[in-house]
Structure formats: C-alpha cells, structure tokens
Design a protein around this ligand. Structure first.
Ligand code: PLP
Length: 350
C-alpha cells in the first residue's frame, strides 16, 4: 500500500491560505504589545486574562511529547476530542461526496459529526464478542471512504480491539485509520502513539477528560504525522485552546504520578465492583473491560436504570444500542460511590 496524504485531503483545504493571528506573526514574550487589540489595562476579573493564549500550545505539547514518546510536531491539542473529530471530517471529507466507516456499537460523536458535515456513514457492526469484522470492513470500503473510526478500548463495550485486526486495517486501507484511545490509561496494552512512524495513515485520539481528570477543561489530543498535524493547524480556529486550560494541562502533566495513582485505584475498584455485581440475580453478564467503566448485562436494563435514577444513582442506559440489549454502562466511582450503587442495586427486585 502506498499512502499519500495529498490524495485524500479535501481540495479546498489543500489550497487554503490560513488566517495568521497576531501571536503567529510575533512569538516573543517581551515587549510592548500593541498588535492584537487587547485591553492593556487588564480584565474585569480578579486575575488578568487580557492576553491571547499561545495559538499552538507549545509548552503543553513539549511536556506531552516527552511523556508519550512522540515529537511535539506530531500533536494537535483540541477543544475536547470533539474538535479533532470534527477537523478530521472538515480536512479530509467533501460533504455530500465522501464516506466514513464506523463500527457500532461505538462512541456516538463519530456519527453526529458525520451528520453535521453531511458525510455518508458506512456501518460495519462489531462481532458478537465486540471485535472487528475485518473482512466485512475491508469489503465495505469504497474509493470514497476517507476515514475509519476505531475505538479501543471501545465505548460503550469497554474492551480493547485485537491489535492484529487493527494492523490489518492499517495495512490495507488507503485513507486514515483513526484510533480513539480515550481510555488507554486504564488498558493492559500499549498505545498506538508508539507506532506513528510505521503508519503514515494513522491518527490516534486521546483526551485529558478521563484518566487525567480534566473533563471540565475540554482538552482533546490528536497524534499523527507532521503532515497531518500541519493540515489540522491550518484549519483549526487560531486560539482553539484557552490559556487557563493550557496552564492547568501543564500542571497536570507535571504531576503524572497523581494520574497514575488514580488509575490504579480505579482499576482496583473496578475489579471489586465486578465481583459484587455478578452476585446480583438479575445481572447476567459483565463484559471484559480495559476502561474505567463496566458494561453490565441485566434481565431488564430499562427497569434497572429507572430504579437507580429514583434512588439518585445515575448510570448510562445502553439497552437500546446495537448488541447491548439489557445493558447499563457504569462508570467506576470512588469506594463510597460504588458502595452506594451496590446498596441500591441489592434492593432492586427484577
Ligand atoms: C469520553 C470519550 C472521549 C473524550 O471526549 P472529550 O471531548 O475529550 O471529553 C473521546 N472518545 C471516547 C470514545 C470517549 O468515550
């Protein structure tokens, strides 16, 4: 396979002359700044936020690059993962013409973003054990298929996709293979970020929202070849990540140990909760998970969900999702939260 990024970029994006912001044109930190029409007297807040933030979030990328074993130029930071997902559509898919492939049951944003961008979706369901139907996927690809979204560990099923299946897709598809690794910190296998050099058609998504505990800040990450990142940088809003989020991301990256300890605690709690849930008569199956949640099959998912809501415990009802009949998705909470969940679930009568 010979992959060429120029053959899949949208023509209008290829010829786009990007906006250059004040902070793109002059990058120095010292001086009298009269170039960006900011309020030089400060802000109407306690702390001053009057200056525009770094448009390419260089310090965040440098720290992240060291932790992840990639180059800063292989990284895009987005306003949540929603932004890199949307950028993939806008940079590589022509509305009303191109197609994208997804593998249900999976994360809902790939489909919503396709609909927003008027991109046709091809759906190839996972197998009954929630793995890729690689032959089905390779057969469903057409000359208009630009992206394949794979989610590993997958949401809402929790499992890792088999590595060899992913290699097979990477090796046999001439568009971009996007691997969403939102839950990779909880997984027992290494990230695909370490394979960027081998696969020019690979894009890996990660996020600060899960293991790093920063969902409120909206910080998503895409890792890819420098060529792909350059295209994203041309199209993204100039100051897409605010300065407060950038400095808190740096604070978190300086404290990776806290994240790792939380992950350990969450995994311990996950295994405990799994055992307790299996003792409930109406729980029929708990699926293997490499994430911070459990997909739990019950005899009546809607009833369990409604009952828990009544008792102020909120889980995600996945009963109506492909291959997930009767299932609820439970995020692993603190010890106390999980104890409350079990206490309530024990009084449910099926
Ligand atoms: C939670 C989640 C994300 C993270 O989204 P953010 O916009 O970064 O908060 C991305 N992908 C999947 C599959 C998720 O479950």
């Amino acid at each position: 396979m010979s992959f060429n990024i120029n053959s899949i970029i949208r023509p209008n994006i290829k010829s786009l002359k990007p906006y250059t912001s004040a902070r793109d044109e002059y990058k120095g930190k010292e001086g009298v700044f009269l170039d960006a029409n900011e309020n030089s007297f400060g802000s109407a807040t306690h702390t001053a936020y009057n200056r525009y933030p770094d448009p390419i979030q260089w310090e965040v990328k440098e720290k992240l690059a060291i932790i992840k074993g990639v180059k800063p130029t292989n990284i895009l930071i987005g306003n949540g993962s929603d932004e890199p997902i949307d950028l993939l559509y806008r940079c590589f898919c022509t509305p009303g013409v191109d197609e994208v492939l997804i593998t249900p049951p999976t994360y809902g944003m790939y489909e919503v973003s396709a609909n927003i961008n008027d991109i046709k979706l091809i759906k190839v369901s996972l197998t009954s054990d929630f793995q890729l139907d690689t032959n089905g996927i390779l057969k469903a690809i057409t000359s208009k298929t630009k992206l394949i979204f794979l989610c590993s560990p997958n949401n809402p099923t929790g499992n890792l996709l088999k590595r060899n299946d992913i290699y097979q897709i990477l090796n046999n598809f001439n568009g971009l293979v996007v691997i969403d690794e939102a839950y990779i910190d909880f997984a027992s296998e290494p990230s695909f970020t370490l394979e960027l050099d081998k696969f020019p058609n690979l894009v890996v998504l990660q996020t600060f929202s899960k293991a790093w505990g920063l969902a409120n800040l909206r910080l998503g990450i895409a890792y890819a070849s420098e060529e792909i990142i350059d295209i994203f940088n041309k199209v993204k809003p100039p100051y897409n990540v605010n300065g407060v989020s950038q400095s808190l991301a740096i604070e978190a990256l300086n404290n990776e140990e806290k994240k790792n300890k939380d992950v350990e605690k969450i995994i311990t709690e996950r295994e405990k909760l799994k055992k307790e849930l299996l003792e409930l008569p109406y729980v029929t199956q708990i699926y293997p998970t490499d994430a911070n949640f459990l997909l739990v099959k019950t005899t009546n998912g809607n009833a369990v969900y409604d009952f828990l809501i009544e008792h102020k415990v909120i889980v995600r009802n996945r009963s109506n999702v492909t291959l997930c009949e009767g299932c609820i998705r439970i995020t692993i909470g603190t010890e106390k939260e999980n104890a409350t969940l079990i206490e309530k679930m024990k009084i449910f009568k099926s």
